[in-house]
Design a protein around this ligand. Structure first.
Ligand code: FAD
Length: 293
């Protein structure tokens, strides 16, 4: 199939893009790397009247570490994240996760902003934003808003962005002191969307998890920052505490059935990953002795 007829405008500045979005509202769609938008248009899942191509806006591209934060422009491609020394040094979780996003051809064009605005609940990068406590920066003609990542994703392919706003950047705290990371996903083949995954940032202080941000993905209509983490922070983690946290996780998650896995399978995999994650973060293989690995 091919897309329905549409008009095309190449934005000459962020302001120009915002003016076009203001005039055309939800009849327009922003084009970044096109790796999700074009397939959806070709399948006629969506038929926008106008495409606003922001791909040439250099001000939306790039990675900058400033003080204790890292700012990443919306048009920064997946491949740029993978190759960046700043990301490796200041946001190693992202460096780990990006290798699991699709395939090289898609990573060469797909962008961080596109991935977050698309908000596929099985995507890796939205979950990483939750784990890293990122702020999503969006701009409209009325000005800029900063939205905490955990408030940004509101449903399947839904976000807090209005049709008249652009996602312009994200800002992350730069690799906090004593931080450790864990990323793992189950997928049928490397590069496929995940059946279930977990992106985590922790602060480890003398064998105690002083902070733990567990962001599960492919567990429902949006990535989930698990409250079960509280049961493992500030205490000496024992097998009993871990099993208590697994039970709390089971209560809290509401995964779905689909052709890839049942909800029960997803619940099981989430607990497997929680155990593996905590054992890896604390360097305690004994915690995973039950054989989740
Ligand atoms: P686009 O396709 O240009 O846009 C996506 C959506 O976001 C559109 O609705 C668009 O209007 C909106 N948008 C884009 N930029 C902005 C902005 N700055 N402000 C406001 N709205 C904006 N993704 C994964 O996460 N994991 C995978 O495993 C994975 N596998 C894939 C496999 C295949 C075969 C394909 C084709 C894609 C896969 N993807 C996967 C999606 C891919 O990573 C996309 O690159 C990404 O989701 C979207 O980035 P993009 O720049 O191409 O966005």
């Amino acid at each position: 199939m091919k897309a329905s007829a549409f008009s095309y405008a190449r934005a000459t500045s962020v302001f120009n893009a915002l003016e076009l979005l203001h005039v055309h509202g939800d009849r327009a769609k922003v084009l970044s790397g096109g790796q999700s938008l074009m397939p959806a248009m070709n399948l006629r899942l969506i038929s926008p009247e106008l495409i606003v191509d922001i791909g040439e806006l250099a001000e939306l591209r790039g990675i900058a570490a400033t003080g204790d934060h890292v700012r990443i422009g919306a048009l920064t491609r997946h491949v740029d994240l993978a190759r960046s020394g700043e990301i490796a040094a200041h946001a190693p979780l992202l460096a780990k996760a990006i290798a699991h996003v699709a395939h090289p051809a898609i990573r060469n064009r797909g962008t961080l902003g596109g991935s977050l605005a698309h908000a596929d609940p099985a995507s890796e990068l939205p979950a990483c934003m939750l784990a890293l406590n990122a702020e999503i920066i969006v701009r409209g003609l009325a000005g800029e808003r900063r939205i905490a990542a955990q408030d940004f994703f509101t449903g399947i392919y839904e976000t807090a962005l209005s049709p008249e706003e652009l996602l312009v950047a994200v800002e992350l705290p730069a690799n906090p002191k004593n931080s450790a990371h864990f990323f793992h996903e189950f997928a049928r083949r490397h590069g496929d969307y995940a059946i279930l995954g977990l992106a985590t940032q922790a602060i480890v202080d003398a064998d105690i998890l002083a902070d733990l941000r567990l962001a599960f993905f492919a567990v429902g209509d949006r990535p989930v920052l698990a409250r079960a983490a509280k049961r493992l922070t500030g205490v000496a983690v024992t097998p009993a505490a871990l099993s208590d946290a697994c039970a709390a996780l089971d209560e809290e998650l509401d995964p779905h059935d689909d052709q890839q896995a049942s909800a029960a399978m997803r619940r099981h995999l989430a607990k497997v990953l929680l155990v593996r994650c905590v054992a890896a973060l604390l360097g305690r293989p004994d915690l995973d002795a039950g054989g989740s690995a």
